[in-house]
Design a protein around this ligand. Structure first.
Ligand code: ADP
Ligand code: MG
Length: 346
């Protein structure tokens, strides 16, 4: 075992938090959800247990996603969630020397929020905490040549945010972050069911159907799915069949906004780097990258080669683990306390 064998890489995502110990693999992969008692503010559950409570909580319990919009809405809760996950690592591996921690954070997070994340990691026992921006971590995890003098583009479609970035020489040259990603698609499916079918469904149902038959480009064989909800007219439970064509139509607003973010980032990219992108293509990461046909749609719109990175849901955490193992890389890619801001497209 190496000197840093218990260091941990963390993907603090808007939808999912993943923790990886480079020598052990990914050891935590849980929803970024915390269930809290409304009055006492006591944390009742974290992760998968808390997500099961979403939409099902009695009046005195609330299930919150502290990073839902790519900003930390609640420092306290975020800190408790982070501590909980770091402590689980401690519990799994016994009495450990204080780990070094690399955390991938949404790029919209402010300086104050970054401080909160560093504090949370240190309070949870970390010896040192380095922050890297999610698109950088995703690009590293996707195997892009981020430190080379060549441009690479990563599009990370998560739950709350889509981050588009062009990276070269270890830095983000152009980037854009929009608050449209998987959650917005779910929300659009809820609206669609209500408006077109008079059916009230929950977010979880919408997400299930999106994952099952959602798409951004015509499928070779269109499919059917089942929506269960409540009829808005009769007030009674109702089950309907819905086609993948309808779901595609339903989520087209979100998909179009993601396409526009990619296009406007390309427009803001310096020409030399654009020519690199033409040869290297565009890599998709995050859970949204798994939306069927999103690569084809983006390829059609940009006339570039677009591909889904290997295991897109784990790119960010694998990126943080790679950074941990290559001490030199930390210096190159971490977010310094003060830094020159990249060009913001859009
Ligand atoms: P974050 O980094 O913001 O935590 P993730 O990268 O974990 O987000 O992605 C979560 C999002 O990906 C959710 O909105 C989820 O519904 C969506 N997702 C997961 N799998 C699929 C799939 N097969 N098709 C479409 N969307 C998916
Ligand atoms: Mg993410």
């Amino acid at each position: 075992m190496g000197l840093f064998s218990h260091d941990v890489g963390i993907d603090l995502g808007t939808a999912n938090t993943l923790v990886m110990v480079p020598s052990k693999g990914i050891i935590i992969n849980e929803p970024s959800v915390v269930a809290i008692h409304r009055k006492t503010r006591k944390v009742l559950a974290i992760g998968a247990d808390a997500k099961r409570m979403v939409g099902r909580t009695p009046a005195n319990i609330v299930a919150v996603r502290p990073l839902k919009d790519g900003v930390i809405s609640d420092f306290d809760v975020t800190e408790q969630m982070l501590s909980h996950f770091i402590r689980q690592v401690h519990n799994r591996f016994g009495n450990l020397p204080k780990p070094r921690v690399v955390v991938g954070i949404p790029s919209g997070v402010t300086e104050v929020e970054k401080m909160a994340v560093r504090d949370a990691a240190r309070n949870a026992g970390a010896r040192a905490c380095h922050l890297i921006e999610e698109p950088m971590a995703a690009a590293i995890g996707a195997g892009l040549p981020v430190t080379e003098p060549t441009g690479s583009m990563i599009v990370d479609i998560g739950g709350g945010t889509t981050e588009v970035a062009v990276i070269s020489l270890g830095g983000i040259v152009v980037s854009q972050s929009i608050r449209v990603a998987g959650d917005e698609m779910d929300e659009e499916i809820v609206q669609y069911a209500r408006q077109r079918h008079n059916l009230l469904i929950g977010d979880r149902m919408a997400e299930e159907v999106k994952i099952a038959v959602g798409s951004a480009w015509p499928l070779t064989e269109e499919r059917m799915a089942t929506l269960r909800g409540r009829d808005l007219v009769s007030g009674l439970p109702r089950v309907i069949d819905i086609s993948s064509v309808e779901i595609r139509d339903g989520i087209s607003g979100s998909v179009n906004q993601i396409v526009e973010a990619v296009k406007s980032t390309l427009e803001a990219t310096p020409p030399e780097l654009v020519s690199d992108l033409i040869s290297g293509g565009i890599a998709l990461a995050g859970g949204g990258a798994l939306l069927a046909g999103l690569d084809q749609r983006l390829s059609h719109e940009t006339k570039m080669h677009v591909y889904v990175a290997d295991d897109p849901l784990t790119c960010v955490v694998r990126g943080t683990a790679i950074v941990l193992q290559e001490i030199e890389l930390i210096r190159k890619v971490e977010v310094p306390e003060q830094y020159a801001r990249p060009i913001r497209a859009g």
